[in-house]
Design a protein around this ligand. Structure first.
Ligand SMILES: C[S@@+](CC[C@H](N)C(=O)[O-])C[C@H]1O[C@@H](n2cnc3c(N)ncnc32)[C@H](O)[C@@H]1O
Length: 218
């Protein structure tokens, strides 16, 4: 398994939002539409970052409560400022801290764009399953890295590898080979999830000009 590296920098919430927020927000809403879970449930969110999915849960799912965890203090403080809803509790913690959460204490456990960064993702999914009640839902989404999922990033990285072939190993296609429909279903089965399903979620990237495209990379 691939551990996080210095290339995964999770502290500067405002920069992250400029870079990824414009995709992670629409994707979060589409994901929740697909899940179609009832209102009034208790949610757990792993790797909530700056709160894109948390905010969508509050807006679309009328939750009874949401516990949202992330190891980044910077991201959590921005998420707290953004999603000031009494039903939401943000906590600093990584996926390993799920082992300390009570069994059968939530109805839904989710993670958006995070599973590939978790060193022991099978254990994380197994913990999410343990934490949800019987007939609960465990669900997550990741970029389709090997399929070229993040088109704006792939264009950048393809150009970078052409200029310097040594950076090839840092491209996320090779870091996260399991992020394919078959790989994700296999991962879910390995963690013991029953009846895993996978579907594609797409969001268009429209840039107003080159600056709009380039600034987030800087
Ligand atoms: C690409 S961001 C996604 C954030 C947010 N869910 C979103 O959709 O915008 C990945 C997040 O995973 C978190 N993360 C990294 N390693 C983690 C781990 N081992 N356990 C839990 N979260 C982790 C990072 O702090 C970061 O907030």
């Amino acid at each position: 398994m691939v551990a996080s590296t210095r290339h995964d920098a999770w502290q500067a919430g405002e920069s992250y939002d400029a870079y990824m927020g414009r995709w992670s927000r629409p994707i979060a809403s589409r994901f929740l539409n697909w899940l179609e879970v009832p209102e009034g449930l208790d949610w757990l969110e792993v790797g909530c970052g700056t709160g894109a999915l948390t905010e969508a849960i509050v807006r679309h799912c009328a939750p009874a409560g949401v516990t949202a965890i992330d190891p980044s203090e910077g991201f959590i403080s921005l998420a707290r400022a953004r999603v000031a809803d009494p039903r939401v509790r943000f906590r600093i913690g990584d996926a390993a801290s799920l082992a300390r959460m009570s069994a059968a204490s939530r109805d839904v456990a989710v993670g958006g764009l995070v599973l590939n960064f978790i060193p022991d993702r099978v254990a994380a999914l197994a913990d999410m399953m343990r934490i949800v009640r019987r007939d609960g839902v465990v669900a997550f989404y990741v970029w389709d890295y090997p399929g070229g999922g993040i088109e704006f990033m792939r264009t950048f990285r393809t150009a970078a590898v052409e200029l310097d072939p040594e950076v090839r190993d840092l491209t996320q296609n090779s870091r996260f080979p399991f992020c394919t429909p078959e790989g994700l279903i296999a991962l879910a089965r390995e963690a013991g999830l029953r009846f895993p399903e996978c579907m594609a979620i797409e969001a268009p990237s429209v840039f107003s000009d080159f600056e709009d495209y380039w600034l987030p990379f800087t």
